[in-house]
Ligand binder design. Structure first.
Ligand SMILES: [Zn+2]
Length: 169
């Protein structure tokens, strides 16, 4: 009896995704740094020509609640900690829609690692190849000089700089 009780208590404590309730609380504490209401998120989606469905709002809230550069899998995990109903396909499709509508930027640090950036203003990035951490570099902090002439008939559409770093040995 005691064993059964303990197991139930443990299952309850761990929740559906194996996250301890304490971990979930810490997670939420981090997420609530820059609160965005459902209303403000819906408005932002509409302003980008995206109809604000329940799941799109959840995904956008996760993306915009703090300044970070999550992968699709991190977004999926974060959405599911909160509501536990969203499929991987939905997250990927929604991110593609957000990309097409200019709501997020895609950040390809290597062919196998795509991250999403809710900051669509012009800026650059540090990428720590050891930890995988990405941090913003304000555009004003970078001067780009000596670029070759553009091919005939072309204009510059954008310049993205990723400065790859690793700890000094
Ligand atoms: Zn960024």
């Amino acid at each position: 009896m005691l064993v059964a009780k303990t197991e139930t208590a443990l299952a309850d404590r761990r929740g559906k995704y194996g996250l301890d309730k304490v971990q979930i609380l810490i997670y939420h504490a981090n997420m609530i740094l820059e609160p965005s209401t459902r209303e403000s998120v819906s408005e932002m989606l509409r302003a980008h020509g995206i109809s604000p469905t329940h799941q799109r709002i959840e995904i956008a809230q996760v993306l915009f609640e703090k300044r970070w550069h999550p992968s699709a899998d991190q977004i999926l995990a974060a959405v599911n900690v909160r509501y536990a109903e969203t499929s991987k396909a939905t997250v990927y499709n929604t991110l593609k829609l957000f990309l097409d509508k200019g709501l997020v930027r895609e950040l390809i640090v290597d062919p196998n690692k795509v991250f999403y950036d809710s900051n669509t203003s012009v800026h650059h990035h540090f990428y720590d190849v050891t930890s995988g951490e990405i941090t913003d570099i304000p555009a004003a902090g970078v001067r780009i000089d000596g670029l070759p002439p553009l091919p005939a008939g072309m204009v510059t559409d954008g310049i993205d700089i990723i400065v790859r770093t690793r700890p000094r040995l």
